[in-house]
Design a protein around this ligand. Sequence first.
Ligand code: HEC
Length: 89
Amino acid sequence: MKVFAFFFCTLSFATPSYAADVDNGSELHSESCTQCHDSDAYTRKDRKVQDLAGLGTQVRFCKDNLGVTWFDDEVDDVIGFLNQKYYHF
Ligand code: HEC
């Protein structure tokens, strides 16, 4: 069982864009991520995020500040959603 869990985690971590459930990410995002900034933060000219790794870092940063307890694959869903809708890396 442990081996399976490890394999599963490794797999979902290694393939975030493939595994991302964008619809789920969209839902999680509208539940938790619209209090401080709206989508202007993602589309403004001088936006901070410049690549996929940076997007992951920023999503985790905001998520941790907010105190929401998402699993890694839910974080990947939100990253996938933001990337598909706004960032297009
Ligand atoms: C407590 C307030 C707060 C909440 C809630 C919040 N954020 Fe943020 N977020 C910020 C601040 C502050 C910045 C930085 C804005 C700036 O630098 O002008 C930011 C920036 C970002 C950026 C980078 C935008 C850019 O410049 O490219 C992303 C992506 C982001 N947030 C995602 C999220 C996600 C996903 C959530 C939900 C988990 C979330 N945020 C919830 C405060 C928040």
